[in-house]
Write a protein that binds this ligand. Structure first.
Ligand code: 8Y7
Length: 259
């Protein structure tokens, strides 16, 4: 899953792809490099980021989705927590929802049920503005598993079939480096939930911490290493900025019979 941020303030592509043309170009390039899905988001969820309005988020994402859904050979996912943006994204041609808030926003379950599209439910402790200020767990893996199980139950109760759901432990979302590494070690436990497992590690600050303060563009090899470990422990879909490197890693894993 290739990441296409259409925000002016995204931390890792520096808002370079905010104009329609360059966003479209970048999406096509990621598909050439091996992306199976393009994930389009109009609100930054990096720690400390400020929320944007529904209208602004739709204005950023819907025009890009409208163009890409006509020209791309792969499905588009709309990365949002807001039910109105989910609806606008699907109306514009997206085929999936990626929600870091796991459909906890009022009305989100109902909209996804009505739209009848796949949805990725991600774990986040707190909210992006404050989530990295001293998150505490007694057993991070158990708590994240319990949360995702509860969200799968909420989906089922709302009429969203398990076959429509994917789960994601949410690396870096309200977690310390130790929490992230514990989740990575325990990743195979998430297979017990019986739905596809998504992970996103690319260029995240946990890598910067491990790599002695490397900037986002210096975290690519570290991110690939985490991806390889995650795939060996059962991850099915990798959300990444670095599609070529990730696709190469997955090809080698597959050739070795390890994916
Ligand atoms: C993730 C995500 C982000 C992730 C899923 C970033 C939107 C921060 N991270 N969605 N979104 N999983 N499913 O670094 O890990 O890209 S935003």
């Amino acid at each position: 899953m290739g990441i296409l941020n259409v925000t002016p303030d995204s931390f890792s592509d520096g808002g370079m792809f905010t104009s329609l043309d360059s966003a479209v170009q970048r999406a096509h390039r990621m598909v050439e490099e091996g992306a199976a899905i393009i994930d389009i988001g109009g609100e930054s969820t990096r720690p400390g980021a400020m929320p944007v309005s529904v209208d602004e988020e739709i204005q950023r994402t819907a025009p890009v989705i409208a163009v890409l859904s006509k020209t791309l050979s792969v499905p588009i996912s709309i990365d949002t927590q807001k039910p109105e943006v989910m609806r606008a994204g699907i109306d514009a041609g997206a085929g999936m929802v990626n929600d870091v808030f796991a459909l906890r926003a009022p009305g989100a379950l109902k909209v996804v049920r009505e739209l009848d599209v796949p949805v990725c439910l991600m774990h986040m402790r707190g909210e992006p503005r404050t989530m990295q200020s001293d998150p505490v767990y007694s057993d991070v893996t158990r708590e994240v598993l319990a949360f995702l199980r509860e969200r799968l139950d909420a989906c089922r109760d709302a009429g969203i079939a398990a076959e429509r759901c994917l789960i994601d432990p949410g690396f870096g979302f309200g977690k310390t480096l130790d929490h992230n590494m514990q989740l990575l070690r325990d990743l195979s436990k998430f297979r017990s939930l019986g739905v596809p497992l998504v992970i996103g590690t690319s260029r995240k600050s946990m890598l910067g911490k491990i790599l002695g303060g490397a900037p986002p563009e210096g975290r690519v090899f570290g991110g690939i290493t985490m991806t390889v470990l995650a795939v060996q422990r059962g991850a099915n879909l990798i959300r990444t900025h670095d599609v070529r490197a990730t696709a190469d890693a997955l090809k080698v894993l597959e050739a070795a019979g390890s994916a």
